[in-house]
Design a protein around this ligand. Structure first.
Ligand code: AHR
Length: 365
């Protein structure tokens, strides 16, 4: 479908030169050349203006909805729920799309199977939010062989960029550095005994945040990482890890870093149950990631000291890339969604914005 629409449009818009020079357009060149010749005969009677108009609203040149297969990580967090809703809103039938979103339940095998099913179904585009960063080469090769463009979204993968068409996501390493810089600024040379609850093992969002924070930690000999374990980006996981940390390290820690808001909620429950105070004026500095609505409410309430944003509103950007592909234009091969960081009232920081009611009211998720 992708090739058909491309060659159809090129013929009438005389834009084939542009296509052959578009980023990553090399992959489908040969196939398009063949279809281009065929379409010249079949499509000569159709009006160019109708094509341009239909493409503008995200409908294929034939008037069909553009089919998108989205292999979503799962439903592990509030962040993920917001991301799913964002895709459903943006890739609506009203906008000219038919979205097949598969909740892969944080199961890597299930996600590979979902992508293979999208290939078999002949989706126009496949979008993958990778659970794991490793192990993608074979299935990406299969998508390439089928001529289906793939966009990697949200997280990163360990594959050569030639194996997929575009990437849209955030920068977890930078988020980790922001958390570290903020902590250094606030502690101003004081000692830190840190417990970290990581995200899902093998997920680039967890790897990046761990590495970025570690980079800053390495500059501070007065900091000690007592322990770091995965809470799988879930509230239950965060609570279970924190309960076990409390058993081992009670009275020995003054910083808890949770790699998403849901883990932070679980850690808060565990600390509440153990009578450990946290947040502004508490025994423990609590750092979280995501900056979802509830996370920022806790930040505004002074329960979370710092919440580093990871923006789940990415579908419009993915749609923009797809529209560029549909139009045969140069498209953005890499788009970074920018993040902010927010700290509790009473805290001033070079690295984070101090929370207010107005900021919370203006948030999209
Ligand atoms: O990949 C983004 C991460 O995945 C978010 O931080 C987390 O909440 C989600 O589950």
């Amino acid at each position: 479908m992708y090739e058909f629409r491309k060659s159809f449009c090129f013929f009438f818009l005389l834009d084939s030169v542009n296509y052959y020079h578009s980023r990553k357009g090399w992959r489908t060149k040969k196939k398009n050349r063949r279809i281009f010749q065929m379409n010249k005969k079949v499509l000569g009677m159709l009006a160019c203006t109708a094509v341009a108009a239909s493409m503008a609203v995200g409908v294929s040149a034939e008037g069909d909805l553009i089919t998108i297969g989205y292999a979503q990580v799962g439903h592990e967090s509030d962040w993920r729920t917001a991301n799913t809703k964002n895709y459903e809103d943006v890739f609506s039938e009203e906008n000219g799309y038919e979205l097949s979103l598969i909740d892969c339940d944080n199961d890597n095998a299930k996600q590979l199977e979902a992508v293979r099913n999208f290939i078999t179904q002949g989706m126009d585009y496949i979008v993958i939010a990778p659970i794991q960063s490793a192990g993608w080469d074979t299935v990406l090769q299969e998508a390439q062989d089928a001529g289906i463009p793939v966009i990697i979204a949200d997280r990163e993968i360990e594959a050569d960029a030639s194996m997929y068409d575009a990437w849209v996501g955030t920068a977890p390493y930078d988020e980790g550095v922001t958390a570290g810089n903020w902590l250094a600024e606030q502690l101003d040379g004081a000692e830190a005994k840190i417990l970290q609850i990581e995200g899902s093992v093998g997920a680039s969002a967890a790897i990046g945040r761990t590495d970025g924070f570690a980079e800053v930690m390495a500059e501070h000999s007065e900091w000690e990482l007592l322990d770091s374990q995965s809470g799988d980006f879930t509230q239950d996981g965060g609570q279970a890890v924190m309960e076990s940390f409390i058993k081992t390290y009670e009275g020995q820690f003054n910083v808890v870093v949770c790699q998403n808001d849901n883990e932070a909620y679980g850690a808060m429950d565990a600390m509440d149950a153990a009578g450990i105070t946290y947040g502004v004026g508490g025994d423990v500095i609590l750092i979280s990631y995501d900056a979802t609505h509830d996370g920022l409410q806790y930040t505004l309430d002074g329960k979370i000291n710092l919440d580093v944003e990871c923006n789940p509103i990415q579908a419009e950007t993915v749609k923009g890339v797809i529209e560029q592909m549909e139009a045969g234009e140069d498209f953005e091969a890499t788009t970074l969604i920018t993040d902010e960081a927010f700290c509790a009232p009473g805290i001033e920081s070079e690295f984070a914005t101090t929370m207010t009611e107005e900021i919370l009211a203006g948030r999209a998720y």
